[in-house]
Design a protein around this ligand. Sequence first.
Ligand code: GDP
Ligand code: PGA
Ligand code: MN
Ligand code: MN
Length: 607
Amino acid sequence: MSVDTTQAPTTHKALLEWVSEVAALTEPDSIYWCDGSQEEYDRLGAELVAAGTAIRLNEDKKKNSYYFASDPDDVARVEDRTFICSQNEADAGPTNNWRDPAEMKATLTELYRGCMHGRTMYVIPFCMGPIDAEDPTFGVEISDSAYVAMSMRIMTRMGKAPLEAMTKGGDRAFVPCLHSVGYPLEPGQADVAWPCNTEKYIVHFPEDRAIWSYGSGYGGNALLGKKCYSLRIASVMARDEGWLAEHMLILKLTSPAGKVYHIAGAFPSACGKTNLAMIEPTLPGWKAETLGDDIAWMRFDEEGYLRAVNPENGFFGVAPGTGESSNPNAMKTINIGNSIFTNVARTLDGDVWWEGMTDEKPAELIDWKGNPWTPASGTKAAHPNSRFTTPMEQAPTLGAEWNDGKGVRIDAILFGGRRATTVPLVTETSDWAHGVFMGATCSSETTAAATGAVGVVRRDPMAMLPFIGYNAGDYIQHWLDMPSLHENAHMPKVFYVNWFRKSADGKFLWPGFGDNSRVLAWIVGRLEGTADAARTPIGYVPTLDAIDRTGIEDEVDDATMAEVLKVDTEEWQRELPLIKEWFTKLGERLPQQLWSDLDQLKAALEA
Ligand code: GDP
Ligand code: PGA
Ligand code: MN
Ligand code: MN
């Protein structure tokens, strides 16, 4: 099949050629150019409902919203099937899977051959970040999934507007993102509700700035603007161009005195970014506004401050644990409707439910696998990585700057993870280089956001382990180099947080969620030079009363607070060999500086 260029809604030469080439290879029944309109979204939704892939939710509960259940084996990112295909293996580094790019292209080309038989090929033009930015960042995803087309409309600026902007002042560059579920339909063959393939490939060609994905329909594997482009490919662009593409939320915080701060925070998947981005502070007088919940692109402005932009347009949030008490702002956002729910449970009256949405479990549900469910079933009704996909614009906490291509100045960066032991609630690092050391040694228990075992502690540098598009040693070097990339760099202060420390009997010691505002207030206090801290071998930690506990004194008494803040020398000494093992794995491209930082930590713990 070739593209009828008189019918195509663009004159972009490279795009038309690429669309033609892909159509000739994948042989779809038809080609459809997405315009991103409401009418189109409604039509695709109706088609998916008719095909048995989607269920339309009750209009009175969730207006204009759809429910999808994936194949039970297609529920998360597949890190073991994710590849960085740089020319040289060393450039992908020890933390990524690598294949020779020519070999990988040959393998995938055979898989793509005829893979869209019986399907529509959607051409999905999109822009990451505001379209009117100085230098807009375009992509085009070709996909045979209408679920992907609908989701991309929520998650990115998608359709006619970016397509038109792509030819303003000449043809602009775009990242080609090819996606197929890998489930062709031969004549007479009936479709399944969630087509996918047991063989999956999530492939990046960093030098070509291209993405090829095959076999999965799950968000992180299939919505290629997100992890694949805005993190893996963008991290390579950022290294080359002197900026940072990071797995970070962006929060605007206004203190009771009316001072505005912007905080970026990197926590691994399913470790609290979306919740912190939408926080409802429990500390009186503080106001929080959401600017981003997953990805931040940070560049120096002329004066040498790092400014962050969120390239996304929607939230792809973890559903379980999201409820009126934990994240009321996310509930308000999704209750407006216009959302997609994947692998959650359904109520009998056409709404959705998941663990943690309400304190009391509904008496009867249909679980994410489509089976009748009651609280006595003894299983989770929603998959632990079930997700809501919802427009950013609906967030009641949305900050005015969310659509500003200039971004906001970042005052503090938080690194964090999920650690039941060892890591205190909050630690301030002494300077940028120390912050890089803490970020590079960050660790977290694995979650259901990726396939594989859950709850295993692994090192996750800057929460970017699965998303660094190049050699992790070079990535850490790039972080160290940042202050030298502007003649007058003002680097943000770096903090290390852990909301997830547990008592010996396995209960969270810190209430978290809205009460994390108390930690944010301490962080701002440190920026202003007013909050108390004690020097420990790992950095500055709040003194017992430095964090405001007004209203939660009973829940977090002095003993609990001491436990939450404790820097236990023995626990930290047990980290040292793990960090050493991690640095050894990173190999020769790990900056030497990190080894001397480790020696310093060791010496401080012995002192
Ligand atoms: P993200 O994937 O990094 O955006 O993480 P989310 O904000 O979606 O949270 C992932 C899971 O961690 C959800 O089940 C949340 O309810 C839970 N969570 C988020 N913040 C906190 C917190 O402060 N304390 C505790 N105990 N759980 C949290
Ligand atoms: P998350 O985003 O960080 O909000 O979980 C999806 C992912 O990282 O897989
Ligand atoms: Mn993420
Ligand atoms: Mn999130």
